[in-house]
Design a protein around this ligand. Sequence first.
Ligand code: CO
Length: 146
Amino acid sequence: MAIRKVVLYGDDILRKRSREVDKFDERLHQLLDDMAETMYQQNGAGLAAVQIGILKRVITIDAGQGLIELVNPVIVETSGMQNGPEGCLSIPEKFVDIKRPYKVKVRAFDRHGKPFTMEGTELLARAFCHEIDHLEGKLFIDLIEK
Ligand code: CO
């Protein structure tokens, strides 16, 4: 495993769309391992592969329930609303209140290509939305209300 350098705001790659993963191989496992190590080292609640310069639809999250790995995730259901501070490892020291759904259900694949669904509320729901936005080149600061 290795800690990777986190790409910071201003780098064009953060605005690009990430591509679907089609090979669930050793390379993907290495990427997931490196992402988890980098996320924990930076004390982040989530990390998208694009944040270490890899345009693949791969996410790691730990919102307090342990490590979650999501490959090719999609949001399938949302409900409710929450408003609270949100930050991003690519935009250090900036925390802004952002509205997100209270509850979010995602469908994704695990590192072996097995599909699963998972539901989260509060911080986990927020992390699902934030990290999946990264895969589309969106950042939380785009959602700041004027
Ligand atoms: Co982020």
